[in-house]
Each structure stands twice: as C-alpha cells, then as structure tokens.
Design a protein around this ligand. Sequence first.
Ligand code: TMP
Length: 215
Amino acid sequence: MPLKQLPAGKMISFEGSEGSGKSTQIARLAAQLQKRGLDVVSVREPGGTEIGEQIRNIIVHNSKGDEMCAETELLLFTAARAQLVREVIAPALVRGAVVLSDRFLDSSTVYQGIGRNLALDPVHQINRFAVGNVMPDLTLVIDVPMEVSLARIRQRATDVPDRMERETIGFYKKIREGYLLLAKGMPERLAVIDGTKSEAIIEKKIWAHVQKLLK
Ligand code: TMP
C-alpha cells in the first residue's frame, strides 16, 4: 500500500544480537497486549511475507552465502523490509494495531553498516527509502554480553550453523557496541534493556516502556 496516510497504531521494534532473548520477550509482550484487548501484529525480519521469506532463505541459508558481498546483503535485507512495510506493517498501523517487529532498520545500520563496515550515509539512505514514513515509535535493544550471546547461539545451533551464526567473535563485539552507540545517539526512540536479568524482570522493564508509549 502507498505510505501517505499517517499511522494510527504504534510500532515497537526489538533489536539485539542473536541469542539476546528477543523472541521470548516479543511473545510475552504480545500476550500482555492481547490480554488488554489490543490488536497485535507480530512480524520478524527478514521475512514476514512470502517474498521476504524467499529473501531470508537466500541470505541466511544459501550454501554459497559466504560469497555474498556486504552491499548485496544490505540490499536484500532492505528489499525484504520494503515488502514487509507495505504488505503488512503499514496496513496494520493504519487500522490502529500495535506492531511488534523482531528487528527492523536498526539491524541494517548495525550489522551491515557497523558490523560489515559499509559507509553509514548510504545505509541510512537505503534504509529510509525502504521504510518510507514507517518508523518504530519505540525500539527496545536487548543487551547481552557477547559471551552470553555466543553460548546461546551454540546451544540452539542445529547441525549446521547459518551464515550469520558463523561470524567471528570480533563481529559480534562490534554488533553489541554498535547497538549501544546507536541507543546513546537516539535516546528518544531507543531504550536499552539488560538481557542478562530473568525473563520476568526483562518483561517488567519492557512493559514500563510500552505503557509510557501507549498511555
Ligand atoms: P534472527 O532471526 O536470529 O534475528 O537472525 C537474523 C539474522 O540476520 C541475524 O544474524 C541478524 C541479521 N540481520 C542483518 O544482518 N541485517 C538486517 O537488516 C536484519 C533484519 C537482520
């Protein structure tokens, strides 16, 4: 859909490195919001549409994925995002839903811009082109030390880790630092949540931010 109308709903994105516990917290928040009678739409990136899932497959599982250059990776992630915004997120916001997104444009800034050393200006421009006027009202960065993140990745890894999971320790260090830097620069939108606490405590902290947004 064209992105002219201003959204009536609210969008909350979740960010953080792999194994930070985003999906658990998204499910908990969705349940809380639904209990209160709100229309909740949960999406994940990359994916969430048929085209997006196909793109996800190319990026994450392509056996030749190791040869993909950073520029292609950025364009594929943002292509999947452009589709998700127009097909799912914008219509949901227009009808007043609360959209919970497992990753959004900040993932491209941090993983492709900071992690893969792409120049940040074009990354921001491409991100903006992909999302149009759809921006998260709140972004929750679940922060865990790299060691915790890596241990959780290893624990859940199936037979063959996907190509993002095969990255080096140095890469994940940059990702964590990148998120913290981004949050420092945009405190009005991004909030950092300590992901080493118990699931219940993290849920409470998240709820405090969400209540402020929805009141
Ligand atoms: P996830 O399903 O565990 O979140 O994995 C998605 C992977 O894709 C994760 O390694 C982060 C990466 N990613 C990017 O590098 N750039 C992006 O823009 C997005 C959305 C994800």
